[in-house]
Write a protein that binds this ligand. Structure first.
Ligand SMILES: C[S@@+](CC[C@H](N)C(=O)[O-])C[C@H]1O[C@@H](n2cnc3c(N)ncnc32)[C@H](O)[C@@H]1O
Length: 308
């Protein structure tokens, strides 16, 4: 049983991300991980939430033997991650040992992944990255659009071992599309995107509505080499039997998030916002709403680490 409603949202997001993740970037990651294979692979995931990326990397045969560090600022999410990873492992016929600080997942074929949880705000955590263990693979999914990337990226790359890889996925990039169109969409979505640019969390700038396209320059400026990039748009729509499992709930969360944010902006008329939100919720109930968010994925190699 997941205690946090946000955990439930992240679970519903899993199939949306499964479809969205860019396959060209993913295949390049697979090639890089295979030559030469690094075992156990040292993975560091930031803003890892419920741990669905751990499951995906195992399910998609990208990771078999790994020491996996999963960092998130939300302690309740990390508690839910232990519960969810155990239930996912069971459903896959894998053994799972849950301890206070870690979850170990083992089974055929040759899977042995230990996930250690770190509850911290990323800006605080990377404040002194020189003393932190180095990773072969840095993962951030649906996360870098929530932080001050130019400030944080050089320090994040300090977490990578020499030749280490950075797989930054599902970075929002400036376009939200809702169908059927509504006359208020243009104003509402413009203000919603602006709110991302102005967001402050944990005392730091925390967003960029065009974080995807800006990552090309931010990665280069932080000394990384770009290996692959491509779109990872979320595309959510109903089929003959309605929305795929959980995705109606995912859409409700998106509409609720936009509505809650817009409710704080004086240029948005409250009655118009309420009518818009009601209509969007009814469209979800009737399996009519289509939601598209434009996003980008990146695979890069971190800067050379000087030895000695
Ligand atoms: C959109 S969720 C994505 C979670 C997960 N990567 C996924 O795709 O399912 C963003 C996650 O980042 C975490 N987070 C947000 N800001 C953070 C920060 N400054 N430091 C650490 N974690 C943060 C949140 O608690 C949340 O779990």
């Amino acid at each position: 049983m997941l205690a946090s409603p946000y955990s439930r949202y992240l679970l519903c997001k899993r199939t949306v991300d499964d479809r969205a993740l860019n396959r060209h970037v993913l295949e390049r990651l697979r090639q890089e991980l295979a030559s030469p294979p690094r075992e156990p692979l040292r993975v560091f995931e930031i803003g890892g939430g419920l741990g669905t990326m751990v499951a995906r990397l195992v399910d998609w045969n990208l990771v078999k033997r790994a020491e996996y560090h999963l960092l998130d600022v939300d302690a309740q999410l990390l508690a839910d991650a232990r519960v969810w990873l155990a239930s996912w492992a069971k459903s896959r016929g894998l053994a799972c040992t849950v301890e206070a600080e870690s979850v170990r997942i083992q089974g055929e074929p040759d899977i042995d992944v230990t996930v250690r949880f770190e509850c911290a705000e990323i800006g605080d955590f990377v404040g002194d990255s020189a003393n932190l263990p180095r990773a072969d693979l840095l993962v951030a999914n649906a996360f870098l659009d929530l932080v001050d990337v130019p400030a944080i990226l050089p320090r994040l790359f300090g977490l990578l071992a020499d030749g280490g890889l950075a797989w930054f996925t599902v970075n929002f990039d400036g376009d939200t599309i809702l169908e059927p169109e509504h006359p208020d969409d243009a104003l509402f979505l413009r203000v919603y995107h602006r709110s991302m640019d102005e967001r402050v969390r944990h005392g730091r700038p925390a967003g960029d509505s065009r974080s995807g396209r800006h990552l090309f320059a931010h990665m280069r400026n932080a000394g990384a080499s770009l290996l692959a990039a491509g779109a990872s748009d979320w595309v959510v729509h109903a089929q003959a039997m309605g929305y795929p499992d959980g995705e109606a709930e995912f859409l409700r969360h998106i509409v609720d998030t936009i509505t809650a944010e817009l409710g704080q902006h004086p240029e948005i008329p409250p009655a118009g916002l309420a009518a818009w939100a009601d209509l969007r919720r009814r469209q979800i109930d009737h399996a009519e709403l289509v939601y598209i968010a434009h996003q980008l994925d990146f695979l890069g190699r971190g800067p050379r680490v000087e030895s000695g």
